[in-house]
Design a protein around this ligand. Structure first.
Ligand code: GLY
Length: 346
């Protein structure tokens, strides 16, 4: 596992650069981080190349990678160069993928600027891009040289972005720490202690990834809520309706998958009710139409945890516990989504 440092970049970045001898440095930003975050970084670097891409999940494809590889090539970067990915999950996943494949791989550091990227995407070395409308369909596992988390960046985030990142914190508590779940579920979003929760999520994720870096088994628990959540997110990505942020879709997935675990007698009614009530209180409801269900179910067949055409989920087996490789049928998933829609309450 790479080192993860939670500190102001003014401290962590000079220390990291002093300990290495990189031939060149590129900073990858999008239009948001160019404006809100790059001004903090720029004074800490001497000569460097700035590569700027458009913001948004819809940019996370191979054509944007070509722009990044082009920037590195034009600046004559050799194999001793460093890429700094300054941004959220899109920049980290795609910038890391470009660095991991440029000249068969150069060093890269994740400088996550959103809560979602700080508590999840930047840690663990999953890199990649979307393809033909499927999320993270093309990619590699490659650990970053380091992850530098500056808590200051959270102060510039819109509340909707904080709420989206919070879904991954909820997931980490539900799969690994019942006591922390009990603490966060008694507070609303505005009352959460981000410093404590970022450090907690990083620790949960680091421990799991250290035991299974390439997701052969245990790491699949980090995908609780993501089989249906990713399918809902992908479906909405290709719809004219309002876009869903990642965490908003994962909240849908966690409620529906908690119901599937309840149906399978893996969790009891009280845990299901806690999860449902808390997630609805923080995220409200996403309107799913009857006609949305079949296309969402079809998308679950592309999930990376599946075996052939069998959908395999990571499902809660108690508060703070998660099992993986659980085979789930289309009708179980349908009932999970119907429970979410309020149609299947028991
Ligand atoms: N986001 C889940 C993982 O990194 O494995």
């Amino acid at each position: 596992m790479s080192t993860v440092t939670i500190a102001p970049l003014t401290e962590s970045l000079p220390a990291f650069l002093d300990a290495h001898d990189f031939s060149d440095i590129a900073v990858i930003v999008d239009s948001h981080t160019a404006r809100f975050c790059y001004p903090e970084l720029k004074p800490l670097l001497s000569k460097h190349t700035l590569i700027r891409i458009k913001a948004g999940e819809e940019q996370k494809h191979i054509a944007t990678c070509e722009l990044i590889w082009d920037g590195l090539t034009r600046a004559n970067f050799d194999r001793h160069a460093l890429v700094l990915n300054l941004g959220g999950g899109v920049i980290g996943d795609m910038g890391g993928f470009c660095a991991a494949t440029y000249k068969r791989g150069i060093a890269f550091a994740q400088l996550p600027t959103t809560l979602l990227a700080q508590v999840d995407a930047s840690v663990g070395g999953k890199l990649g891009i979307d393809f033909r409308g499927l999320k993270n369909h093309i990619g590699v596992f490659q650990q970053p040289t380091t992850v530098l988390i500056d808590p200051q960046f959270l102060t510039t985030l819109p509340e909707r972005e904080l709420r989206s990142g919070f879904a991954e914190i909820v997931k980490h508590c539900l799969i690994a720490d019942a006591q922390m779940w009990d603490e966060i579920r008694r507070r609303d979003l505005a009352e959460q202690d981000w410093a404590v929760l970022v450090a907690h999520s990083v620790e949960v994720k680091k421990k799991v990834v250290a035991r299974d870096p390439t997701e052969k088994g245990l790491r699949k628990i980090l995908n609780f809520g993501h089989t249906l959540g990713h399918a809902v997110e992908t479906y909405f990505l290709n719809q004219p309706r309002k876009r869903l942020l990642h965490g908003e879709a994962i909240a849908v997935g966690m409620v529906a998958e908690a119901y599937i675990a309840f149906q399978k007698k893996m969790i009891d009614q009280s845990l299901l009710t806690q999860i449902e009530e808390y997630l609805f209180s923080v995220y409200g409801t996403v309107r799913l139409l009857d006609t949305d269900i079949d296309p969402v179910l079809a998308l679950t067949l592309q999930d990376k945890k599946n075996r052939g055409s069998q959908v395999r989920m990571s499902l809660l087996s108690g508060p703070g516990e998660c099992a993986f490789d659980i085979t789930v049928t289309a009708s179980e998933m349908r009932r999970g989504l119907e429970f979410y829609r309020g149609l299947n309450k028991e």
